[in-house]
Design a protein around this ligand. Structure first.
Ligand code: T5A
Length: 209
């Protein structure tokens, strides 16, 4: 079978990491060869960029356009080093965030031009789109409450205002309406087990029927 790029998207704390882990175990049990990766931080260079992007430091402010360009740089490196080579050898790729994150966060959240973001996404990806994007739809308040219950301190973007996170959520909602074949909404507020069952059903229908 040809390689497939499957992306998980959503607001902070929507459950991507949890669901990708369950999904990779399920796919491996079916004998599917896969990798799990993320943006930002899917390469060594990307890990450095992730740290610069997510560390909150009063001495190192990150401008909005700088932020946009750093996410694009991370993506360009990720595509060349990880995504293209693994798709070429037929692997399934489970990727935590991709181009829609930039539209939702930098476009809707920061208010930067969607048309410029689309151009930058195209430059970074060479036009490589996901075969399927699972949008885990959770209210931003609920997602942030989940993060606050964890032990890790909130990162620079998680510390943004609730108004910012609501704009990001609006972005995902509009993207899912516009790209209604590529992006599939999954109710992320349900239990982890039910969410995983729903994801497995979607993947089965799309790739294994
Ligand atoms: N970003 C990224 C941009 O601004 N532009 C871009 O172009 C890109 C690519 C990356 C940051 O960068 C921004 C967006 C982000 O701010 P990240 O990698 O998404 O950050 O950060 P993570 O901490 O890995 O992910 P999240 O914060 O979004 O959390 P997850 O992975 O969605 O959630 P998860 O699975 O870790 O779960 C969070 C908590 O909820 C519980 C879990 O046990 C955990 O405690 N949980 C549930 N609780 C109840 N019910 C469920 N169904 C649950 N599922 C999980």
């Amino acid at each position: 079978m040809a390689g497939k790029l499957i992306v998980f998207e959503g607001v902070e704390g929507c459950g991507k990491t949890t669901q990708m882990q369950l999904c990779s175990q399920w796919l491996e049990s079916l004998g599917v060869s896969l990798i799990v990766t993320r943006e930002p931080g899917g390469t060594e260079l990307g890990c450095d960029l992730r740290r610069l992007l997510l560390e909150k430091s009063a001495n190192k402010p990150v401008g909005e356009v700088t932020e946009l360009l750093l996410y694009a740089a991370d993506r360009a490196q990720h595509i060349e080093q990880e995504l293209k080579p693994n798709l070429a050898i037929g692997k399934f790729i489970l990727c935590d965030r991709y181009t829609d994150s930039t539209i939702a966060y930098q476009g809707y959240g920061r208010g930067l031009s969607i048309s410029i973001i689309n151009q930058l996404n195209y430059i970074a990806t060479g036009g490589l789109e996901s075969d399927l994007t699972i949008w885990l739809d959770v209210d931003p308040e609920e997602g942030l409450a989940r993060k606050c219950q964890g032990e890790a301190a909130l990162d620079r973007i998680e510390q943004e205002t609730i108004a910012f996170h609501r704009l990001v959520q609006q972005g995902y909602s509009e993207l899912a309406k516009f790209y209604n074949s590529r992006i599939v909404r999954v109710d992320g507020s349900l239990s982890q087990e039910v969410v995983q069952n729903n994801i497995q059903q979607i993947l089965s229908d799309r790739f294994f029927s």
